[in-house]
Design a protein around this ligand. Sequence first.
Ligand code: GLU
Length: 449
Amino acid sequence: MPDTIDPSLQHAYKEVLRRNPGEHEFHQAVEEVLGTLGPVVKRHPHYLAERVIERLCEPERQIIFRVPWTDDVGQVQINRGFRVEYSSVLGPYKGGLRFHPSVLLGTVKFLGFEQIFKNALTGLPIGGGKGGSDFDPKGRSDTEVMRFCQSFMTELYRHIGEYTDVPAGDIGVGAREIGYLFGQYKRITNRYEGGVITGKGLAWGGSQARTEATGYGTVVFAQEMAKHAGLGFEGHDVVVSGSGNVAIYAIEKVNQLGGRVLACSDSSGYVVDEQGIDLELLKEVKEVQRGRVQDYATARSSARFVDGGSVWDVPCQVALPCATQNELDEHAAAALVRGGTEIVAEGANMPCTPAAVRVFQQAGVLFGPGKAANAGGVATSALEMQQNASRDSWTFEHTEERLAAIMRRIHERVVTTAEDYDRPGDYVFGANATGFVQVADSMLAMGVI
Ligand code: GLU
């Protein structure tokens, strides 16, 4: 039993281990939240009596389905589809779909669990859910991706709806996949129900700034952390991991704020560019050519590619992990601390291992967990739902301003809670406690659900 978990919560955690064997990422996500809730249940003992935590550890509904489809050479392929409808206390289940070969039920449960508290932090009426498949879009043609998405939606459509469950993108699911998924939903239901999925194209019900939102929001959050601690942002060296949607728009916002991004990465290695990452080139390589960061280095003389290396070896003041879960361990964290890192904000979901987070906290590095720092994506999805419901469409400036205000408000709520519990600067505690209390109180108001 991890000693981070308060004795009053250990039974709940044991039950999670017993009921969900082998689901390590789910265990980790639950442990991380339960590990911070000791002082909260001490102050509100009725949460224990009402067994709120045990209830929240069990998803409301878990859907697993077969996704058969035919590839371009006529071969039948079989994938597994998931949707974990975790909590609908604050609104319809809301969260993305991840298409990646590593996706298992436990992956989707960990992401769904995190999503509940993240979505609560946005202050918008959205519950928590997540879905996906072990389908790998890499190396597949557009027509294969379309046939897969159509088959996936042919099962999923019966479970979702603008008032029920609203999927969106995540790793491996971008504008192309959302288009195919929405198109199939529309055909099957014969309804133009824009608010059933977010991340839609701008011409057909999507929101301005949704594509940019997760990356932009993460940087705005990091900037708030810096401001709060009396640190600057301008002129800082920043390292971003990943080179997908979150990473690209984090880089864009850092550039706008006067910082310089020295490096980014993908699963094969990283690129360092002493002149700062050239965003237009990176977008061309990743979004148009669907290539690798190595291709970026080949095309740019100031850049070099480090095959298989850790991007966290590049010294920086601000580190933004924007790739995937558990990408930054305690060794990488120690390297960052040695390199002078002052701020870490998670653009991805759970990219830092618990040991890495401990290294940061012990070294006095400000650490912004994903639940707070990357909530801008789902928050802007909620703004997309709002525009769809009112049959309206806002300008980029207005939407971005709403996003920035939401990020500032999340920062303020998290900081206030941490101070209220005499843990100033503890963003992990502040985020978990704020999200949890809102969900718990709402749940109790609705009876035994
Ligand atoms: N996949 C994103 C996340 O992890 C966005 C989800 C959404 O927009 O619903 O929060």
